[in-house]
Design a protein around this ligand. Sequence first.
Ligand code: URP
Ligand code: ZN
Ligand code: ZN
Length: 460
Amino acid sequence: MSILIKNGRVITAADNYIADIYIENEKIKLIGTNLTVNADVVIDAENKFVFPGGIDPHVHLDMPFMGTYSSDNYETGTRAALFGGTTTVIDFVIQKQGNSLKAALNEWNGRAEGNAVGDYAFHMSVTDFNEDTKAEIKDMIEEEGITSFKTFMAYKGALMIDDKQMIGLMYEVKKHGGLLTTHATNGDMIDYIVAKHKSEGKLSPLYHYLSQPEITESEATNRFTDMAYQTGVPAYVVHVSSEDALNHIRDASKRNQKVFAETCIQYLVLDASVYDKGFESAKWVMSPPIREKKDQAGLWAGIDQGTVQTVATDHCPFTLEQKKAGEKDFSKIPNGAPGIENRMELLFSEGVRKGKISLNKFVDVNSANAAKIFGMFPQKGTIAVGSDADIVIFDPNEKHTLSAKTHHMNCDYSSYEGLEITGKCKTIILRGKVAVDDNKILVEKGYGKFIKRNKVTAIV
Ligand code: URP
Ligand code: ZN
Ligand code: ZN
């Protein structure tokens, strides 16, 4: 199978030029002007951008959580991702407390293998760090290609670890060349405020938002970056939503610490007015909650300055029926929202089109940095000879409206219903195959491949 993409404007984290790209089997073979090779498929990309395939480093597919499962599985979730230009996702394997990491990995392999349409990798979430778990870290990194780990500083009783476990895990991950990510919010503080609200009869989704004030995020972020400094482990804070939390990361980087920040598209585009809609606000019950306009401004500035390296989704959809579990008590609403399909187009429309970020920065936070930080570069995250042929042919001028009626995510609402955006993913190529064209999926479940990752060596 060979493909020739003609006359597109190729944009990577560093480049911006018009060229032809020749793809053979799974890889990019040639890049040049007026290439005269024969190909099975020729795609005219004149007046289009040609981007590296998107990488979403934070998704939860088929995730067991709060008494239910996120509503997109590997098939529906990675397919929806492809429609939105995201060719690789990184999901979180989650250790069950009392069980091994390997058991959790087997469980997640069972969910993904043969079902994924797009490519995927795993972070390993450690929810129970003990001598047995400690002994598994090296193997995860060196044998399984899982080079990043995740901790939760909240969700006590199910996912949260304490600081003693955190420090122990940090030393072990550092020793073997891995990276540690965290959900940085102070679980005990949140649990106390949640209980207080409930005892006062404050039970609507608004109180989910009011139970997680900015300080619960900034305190945990500061604690995490301090602990990472002590141990020397490369650190990555997932779903940074607030200005204060980001400021702690900025401060940490002043002492030459390797600390990365991820935000999510919803924190850049939405604000806390989503919690003024009665029970409908359950759609946006996620942790951390959507914040204020001043936080949006801080996060966009952080991207521009290079303090925020990646924009993810934390895609964790639940249907309206699933959300109803918390109709009488906000603390029972499953936390999470859909977005895997919308990230890249929203980032372009709200970021590039509105003059907040450059085209090259767009590629940085959409794919290149995630590939570098998580050990997949230059296989993924760029357009270069020898890289996987993961490519998005993008019309920067096409206007369209986001809606649950037209999206491909297995969720009966959209977080962005009715939002008109400019810029559309037209043709998506995944490892040398046209995966989406003209709004049709052309690859089957099982085409998606597990990506074994390398140790983290790149400086972003
Ligand atoms: O609300 C969220 N974010 N749900 C998914 C789990 C997590 O905390 O990332
Ligand atoms: Zn989280
Ligand atoms: Zn998450």
